[in-house]
Each structure stands twice: as C-alpha cells, then as structure tokens.
Design a protein around this ligand. Structure first.
Ligand code: ZN
Length: 311
C-alpha cells in the first residue's frame, strides 16, 4: 500500500505539492507573490472632518498625507479636491495646486484625478482636470462605467458621457482608472475597449460594500474578479467596515488594493478609533508582508500599469 502511495505521490524533499494549480507552474506564479500596488484614496468628496478630523481638505493637507503614505508604500493616489471648508471642488486650479504639491513630495507616484459626476455633473466640470498640463497633470483619471445609487444620491454616468470622458483622456494621454461598482460595468469596459476607446494595459478598480454597490462578501469579489479579462490589472476597495476584508481578500487573490479615508473613516469595526491615511496604509503593508506579498515600488507600479514616463 505504501509503495502504491509513493508511486502516485513521489514526494521529493523540496517539492511543493501544496495544492491547486500552483504546483504546475512553480511558486513564482502564486498570485500571492505578485507585487502589490497600493492605491491611496485620501479624501474623497464626502468624507468629513465632522466625522473624522483626520480627513485632509486643503492642498497642503492632502499633499502631507500623500507624502507619509508614499513613504509607507503607496505608489498610486486617487485624488479628489476640496475647498478649504471641505466642499467638493472640481476647479482646475485647485486640482493643479493639489496635484503639483503631491508630485513634489512623491515624484515617482502615479497620480489619478477623479472625474466623478456625483457632485459636478456637466462634462465641462468633470473634465476640467483633464486640461492641466505640466507638473499638475494627472497620469490617470477615474472613469465610472455606469450609473448607480449611492446611499443618499445617484451617480449618473450616461453612455455618451462615459465615451466623451474616455475620448478626452485618450486625447490628453491620461489613462483611465476604470471604476466598477457591479459586474455589468466590467462588461461595459470590455465594450469600450473593443470600440477602441480604451487602450491597455487597463487598470480597473472594483468597489464593494456600500448600499447600492456590490456587497462586500468574498463570493462577490471572487465572482467579479473572474469576470475581468486576462491581462487587465485590477484592484479592490471596500466601503466602511468592508475595506479591510475586501483589501485582504484581494491581496490573497493576486489583486491590488485601494485604501484610505475616502472609503473608510475608522480603524476598527466598532467605529471607536478614527483612522488616519498613514494608519490604514501601514496596516495594509503589514498584512501584505505577513501574507508574503511584496509591495510594488512606484517604478514597479509604473511598469505594471504601462506608464513609464514621469510627468
Ligand atoms: Zn473617488
């Protein structure tokens, strides 16, 4: 009996028969060995100092948080800008000032500006940031791929608006950060890609766990990740208490993460400890390292996302 077992499982010391498909390819192909891109979403439009005084509003506050997060391992920054009183802004000058300041502190980081339509709804407002040239020009801009409800308002992205923003980004040499809130939006990205409006390598961020978005269950992440075309780079974000489990599951699956106060204001599930952006980044770096996932440097993130030139 033992002989038969040995014939079927000829274990040689050092071989790894730990399961799944991995032993067919070797440990270097484990999803967990891929470099992890940390996308820091520092402020958003709606996170408020009333709920957590650590939310950055001004260009100085946002750039200061970016500098700390960059030192900890963030290589990509998803940026909204705010007026001094915290009101969401889409002013080109405000973006330019904020992005230039971040670029000064984080010279190799990938900078992504929002074109969200939740507050500023016209094409001119949403695309103002795409007109920036020079140091404040973003490498990426967010591109939401459909309409949906957030807890208190709708986010409307008509097909014509999505296409117009995608075309403008292509014209300006700004890459889209594809924002996905349910599986149909992945399909829409494939459609746009086939129409030639998106060129790769494509980077897609999936959002889970807010009322109106995909729920933040592991099954939802697995399903959605399996719908993404091969070769696309993807990451996952979770709202509120779903940030930590969704980020961790994405790390295990070989995806990347978006983390920060835009999506989650508290460090703990009981909402007793207000988070800071550096605290959230530090925890993700620690978890990734414990799980054996190395953190991508800004240069490595640039290579993975096909954006070699630093603006
Ligand atoms: Zn955002």
């Amino acid at each position: 009996m033992l002989l038969i077992a040995l014939q079927h499982y000829p274990y040689v010391s050092g071989d790894d028969y730990s399961g799944g498909i991995y032993h067919l390819h070797g440990s270097s192909d484990l999803p967990i060995r891929k470099k992890l891109i940390i996308n820091a979403a520092l402020s958003g439009n709606f996170s408020s100092k009333d709920s957590n005084p650590n939310v950055p509003y001004t260009p100085e506050e946002i750039a200061s948080d970016a500098r700390k997060c960059y030192a900890l391992g963030a290589s990509f920054f998803h940026i909204h800008v705010r007026e001094d009183d915290g009101a969401p802004s889409c002013r080109k000058e405000r973006f330019e000032e904020t992005l230039s300041k971040i670029r000064k502190h984080c010279p190799k980081a990938l900078l992504c500006a929002t074109t969200s339509g939740r507050v500023h709804k016209t094409f001119e407002q949403r695309s103002a940031v795409l007109e920036i040239e020079g140091d404040g020009k973003p490498d990426f801009a967010s591109l939401s791929l459909g309409s949906m409800n957030f807890p208190t308002e709708a986010s409307i992205n008509q097909p014509a608006m999505i296409e117009r923003l995608a075309k403008k980004m292509a014209e300006k040499g700004i890459r889209p950060e594809l924002e996905v809130f349910e599986t149909g939006m992945i399909n829409y990205a494939v459609y746009l890609s086939k129409k030639g409006h998106l060129t790769g390598p494509l980077y897609l961020n999936m959002f889970f766990g807010l009322l109106g978005t995909m729920p933040g269950r592991m099954a939802d992440l697995v399903h959605q990740a399996s719908s993404i075309p091969g070769g696309w780079v993807w990451g996952a974000a979770g709202g509120g208490r779903f940030q930590l489990p969704v980020n961790t599951a994405s790390i295990l699956m070989g995806g990347h993460v978006r983390v920060g106060l835009e999506d989650n204001l508290f460090y703990d599930y009981d909402k007793q400890v207000p988070a800071t952006n550096p605290m959230l980044i530090e925890r993700i770096v620690r978890i990734a390292k414990e799980l054996g996932r190395p953190i991508a440097t800004p240069e490595e993130a640039r290579e993975m996302l096909g954006v070699s030139a630093i603006k």
